[in-house]
Each structure stands twice: as structure tokens, then as C-alpha cells.
Design a protein around this ligand. Sequence first.
Ligand code: GDP
Ligand code: MG
Length: 263
Amino acid sequence: MPDSNRGPLTRVAVLIPTYNERANLAGIVARVRAAVPAADVVVLDDNSPDGTGELADELAAADPQVRVIHRPGKAGLGAAYLEGFQWAIDAGYDAVVEMDADGSHQPEQLPALLTAAADADLVIGSRWVSGGRIVNWPIHRKALSIGGNLYIRGLLGMPVMDATAGYRVYRTDALQRMGLGDVASQGYCFQADLTWRAVRKGLRVVEVPITFVEREVGDSKMNGDIVSESLRRITTWGVGHRVAQVKGLAARVGRREPTWHRL
Ligand SMILES: Nc1nc2c(ncn2[C@@H]2O[C@H](COP(=O)(O)OP(=O)(O)O)[C@@H](O)[C@H]2O)c(=O)[nH]1
Ligand SMILES: [Mg+2]
């Protein structure tokens, strides 16, 4: 088992990436503050045209446990989270939470995820383990999630049911061990990328069932580019993984050759 500083978390930063979430932000921040009063909230806004960043500033001015990181423009979920992770590491937090702004990840379920993080490096709020649910997702989104997870498991052989989930807790010491300097994933494939990195590092990944509730207000930023980035990157990692497996097998067989010659 790798070195670990596991145990109950004391300093937690809930990172909320936003792009045009003005109608959702105040509600989600209030729910987080009520559900986990000790945690700080950090809004990662990509200069939303709808004024989400200005609203976040107002919330931060009214509550010292709310902060805002203003980013210059829309650069994808992955880039926003990477900046938030580094900020939280530098500020000395024990753990970061990833949470969507649109209410899909219910703050009321966060205490269960944080409890599980006392004995894990990465906790995934999972829709696809026993007890997990999805409310109000159209059939094409369910199909994409099921298909994507099957593809990931089939190609990468990861024992994770919901590798694309975006409701997570990472211990910051685990993030530092994961080597995030070369993460290129920009869109939602960031989630699968980091899951794969955690599994390869031998970190302890635990899935806790959640109920994912589709947004009622505002628009999804999911699009074809995000899907094709995921497909392209996951296929590349999968092919690399399988080639490495075959090479490993060949090397093992090769090492047995001298024995065979002596027969
Ligand atoms: N900062 C930032 N946040 C983003 C970006 N794209 C999506 N988000 C946020 O990521 C979260 C999930 O996005 P959403 O569109 O609801 O995705 P869906 O639930 O898969 O349909 C929301 O809080 C979005 O505002 C981005 O490029 N930058
Ligand atoms: Mg959403």
C-alpha cells in the first residue's frame, strides 16, 4: 500500500467550476455551506458572460468561507479544476471536493463522501454502484454514461463503475502523488483521466452511491467535442495499456527461453 496520510479530514475546499451558472450559484453555495459548515467553497469561474463571476464575488464578500478564482475565459472543466487543485494544495487543504454548480451533485450527500475519504485517496460519488440513481436524465445521456463506462472498463481494465463521475473527493496528498503536470484532458474526460492515474498509482479509490439529479435551470455544456476528446484519449490510453500488457507477457515468455533451450 502506498504511503498515505489517511484519517479524518479537517480542512476541505469544495471546488465548484462555473460557466454561465448565475441562476444556480447562490443556491448551490448555500446548500454546501449548510450541509458541511466547516468546508470552504471555491468558485472556479471561466469569465462567464452571464455574470456568474460577479455574483460569486458578492457571495464571497458576504461569507469569508467563500472564495472565487477568476479565470480569463472558457478553457474546459479540466483546466479549471487543475487551477483549483493547485490553489488548495498551496493553501494547505487536506482534501478537495469536485462538485457541479447545477445541483446535480447534492451537497446533502457530501458528508457521506467525506466520511468515506477518511480511508480513501479518492472517493467517487457513483451513479453506477448499488444504491446509485439518476433523476431526470434523458435516455441518450444515460446511454452515453453507460457506454462510456463500459468502454473504459473494457479497455483499461479499471475496477471502477463510474469513472466519468464528477462528484468526488480527493485527498490533496494523493493529488500530489498523481503527477498532474502533464494532464492534457480539457473536457469531461478529465474525470476518467484522473481516475486512471489514481488506479495506476495504486491509490485507494472508493465508490459511494449518489443520486444524480439533472439540472432544472440553465444549459448543459456537454457537446460533441467533449465526447470526441474522451473517445480519442481513452482509446489511446487503452491501446497503450494493452500494448504494454502484451510486451510484459512477451518479456516473461522471453525470460523462460533459456530454460526451454536446456531441455
Ligand atoms: N469553469 C468552467 N466550468 C465549466 C466548464 N464547462 C462546464 N463547466 C461547469 O461544469 C459543471 C458541469 O457542467 P454541465 O454543463 O452541467 O455538464 P453535464 O452535467 O454533464 O451536462 C457545471 O458546474 C458547469 O458550469 C468550463 O469550461 N469552465
Ligand atoms: Mg450538469
